[in-house]
Design a protein around this ligand. Structure first.
Ligand code: NAD
Ligand code: DAU
Length: 377
């Protein structure tokens, strides 16, 4: 008999796999159910090291499957849902917004409604957070780039790089910042966030929402900037930099996000929002240079060897200029802070991709999609 039974959606994806691994390893007394449809972004090889654990179960299911999810919660006596499943890539959302509305909006709503009916059936005395929704800083829109000399973030952290300017403007996304999404992806995430809060405000269901900045680390699908560029450098392929490469993103090591999710799931206050980020802003072109330097060094290439691969291409439509998260609330209330300096995190990440070329090659060849059939036949 397990102490708790938690459904984690999107556990075969990038961040979800780190959250599942953390929970399965850290809480053998919890039953962890990974619910994932296995879209192109889902890869069960991300969880190879824990797939045989007795407290882990994988269920292939679409978040839009209302009946299936309702039955799963009853069968597993679920007492909490951590919802990460989503379509997550901005460029894809520009080409195919409907899929984003279906999964991110309708899928979240379907889970919420099923969770509410199930939550209402629970005996008096339930004190958990029934629905923990993982969202993004992109819902807040874009910040100005107006850095006069000497601007520092309100709270410096271990994630901030020693060699790098800390902030590119005098404003940050705070929990009370007005939503102003620009891409179909961020519009769909914003919509799902509103639905989650509506389920608290209307029905009283205990929910929590967190909005995190850009994650990087192992197991990220190589459509996203950092793994795509590491792999292209390895193959001597062009590195497509959108626009002038001046856009700013705020980067956090994925395991630090997973630790924050664990902390907030257990200690955060229901109905609250927490922003998660490490005060670690980088212009794309600067981060690209760091990635090139690190890959070249680890591959034994001369310094600057791969700089010529940088290729400026047409800008992303509606490309947000700057994201920067103020995570002071999370740091003050729950004592979370990132564990890594950015250079350490990038080094760890590049090493991981270079040491796990088989993982990358199976993803780029499409072979990874056969893993499920082989494992679960
Ligand atoms: P990802 O694209 O790597 O993984 C998404 C997972 O969801 C995949 O395993 C996929 O199979 C699954 N999925 C997609 N549609 C589904 C459906 N209809 N039913 C069931 N499963 C489905 O995404 P990620 O980068 O790990 O992001 C996870 C969550 O975190 C998302 O909600 C995203 O919005 C949020 N987020 C991501 C970042 C980031 O930098 N990657 C930052 C902040 C927030
Ligand atoms: O901020 C959080 C968000 O971070 C998450 O909600 C999203 O799910 C996640 O995908 C990520 O969104 P971004 O659009 O910021 O990440 P991406 O890796 O696609 O791009 C990072 C920056 O690099 C962005 O400014 C666009 C630029 N870029 C990206 C790619 C893939 C390039 O210049 N060239 C590229 O080829």
């Amino acid at each position: 008999m397990y102490k708790r039974s938690i459904v984690i959606t999107g556990g075969a994806g990038f961040i979800g796999s780190h959250v599942v691994r953390l929970f399965v390893n850290k809480y053998p007394e919890y039953r962890i159910i990974n619910l994932d449809k296995l879209t192109y972004a889902g890869n069960l090889a991300n969880l190879k090291d824990i797939e045989d654990r007795p407290n882990y179960r994988f269920v292939r299911m679409d978040v839009c499957d209302f009946e299936g999810f309702s039955a799963l919660m009853r069968e597993e006596h679920a007492d909490g849902i951590i919802h990460l499943a989503a379509e997550s890539h901005v460029d894809r959302s520009i080409k195919d917004p409907f899929t984003f509305a279906r999964t991110n909006v309708m899928g979240t709503l379907s889970l919420l409604q099923a969770a509410k009916i199930y939550w209402e059936s629970l005996p008096e005395g339930y004190e958990g957070k029934m629905f923990y929704h993982i969202s993004t800083d992109e819902v807040y829109g874009a910040l100005q780039m107006n850095r006069p000399e000497g601007i520092e973030p309100p709270f410096s952290t271990a994630a901030s790089s020693s060699e790098h300017h800390l902030a590119y403007g005098d404003d940050f996304f705070r929990e009370e910042t007005r939503y102003n999404p620009h891409s179909p992806y961020s519009a769909s995430k914003a919509s799902s966030d509103h639905f989650v809060r509506a389920y608290h405000d209307t029905y009283g269901m205990p929910v929590i929402v967190t909005n995190c900045s850009n994650n990087y680390g192992p197991y990220q699908f190589p459509e996203k900037l950092i793994p795509l560029f590491i792999n292209n450098i390895r193959h001597g392929k062009p590195l497509p930099v959108y626009g002038k490469g001046e856009n700013v993103r705020d980067w956090l090591f994925v395991e630090d996000h997973a630790r924050a999710i664990d902390l907030i799931f257990h200690k955060g206050r229901a109905a609250e929002t927490y922003n998660i980020g490490g005060f670690n802003e980088w212009k794309n072109i600067d981060i690209i240079r760091v990635v090139i330097r690190t890959v070249d060094r680890l591959l034994g290439n001369s310094e600057g060897h791969s700089l010529g691969l940088i290729t400026y291409v047409a800008d992303r439509l509606g490309h947000d200029a700057r994201y920067a998260i103020d995570s002071t609330k999370l740091q003050r209330e729950l004592g979370w802070e990132p564990s890594l300096q950015f250079e350490e995190g990038i080094e760890k990440t590049v090493r991981w991709y270079l040491d796990n070329q088989e993982w990358m090659d199976k993803v780029t060849s499409g072979e990874y999609q056969r893993y499920y059939e082989e494992m679960y036949k």
